[in-house]
Design a binder for this molecule. Sequence first.
Ligand code: AMP
Length: 214
Amino acid sequence: MKIIMLGAPGAGKGTQAKMIADDYGVPHISTGDIFRANIKEGTELGKKAKSYMDKGELVPDALTCDLVMDRIAKEDCKNGFVLDGFPRTIPQAEALTEALQKIDQSMDFAIDVEVDDESIIARMGGRRACTECGATYHIVNIPPAKEGICDRCGSALVLRDDDKPETVKKRLSVYHEQTQPLIDYYKEQGILHAVDGMLSMEEVFAAIKKILGA
Ligand code: AMP
């Protein structure tokens, strides 16, 4: 089962991707998480990616595509995977289609989690991320048991630089310009499904499970 999660930043696709990965036993591949891990480790890739991420811009395709292709070629992806935050541009989607075609495969589902811009801005201002394990929370919708502390690993929670209001507005305009065209791309491939991202986390997940046929 090979799934792509689509949707604006903050639509909840990361949370759903993790739930799908847990439920179906397939890896959750988030390019944002991979970049953040590289930033934390101080790698060359991390340094390059950070300069774009902090401005709300996309990391260039040349730095992103090979990373994902190498990841999905790993043994644990044999039975499928959930892509979260990739592809984000038409060239990335084309690179993915071509890489899979070479091994006689194709993506099975592209799930668009729909949320309007105003709600995205409200949501992201309340988002908090763990500085250690990357878990995400929301001060109103998914609060941690103890304010400012990660339930999973006990580290501090912060408002990520790229979740700050000016950066969120920039990320939304980048989304509409560069990522939204993927909706038509996957519609044409016949694998696009939309879910209402304004519903509760559990309701969105139930809608996704119905689409996946489980
Ligand atoms: P995310 O956690 O998916 O919202 O990603 C955070 C940031 O990482 C984005 O705003 C981009 O700067 C960068 N990023 C993540 N995935 C990609 C991608 N597929 N292509 C380009 N940039 C990306």
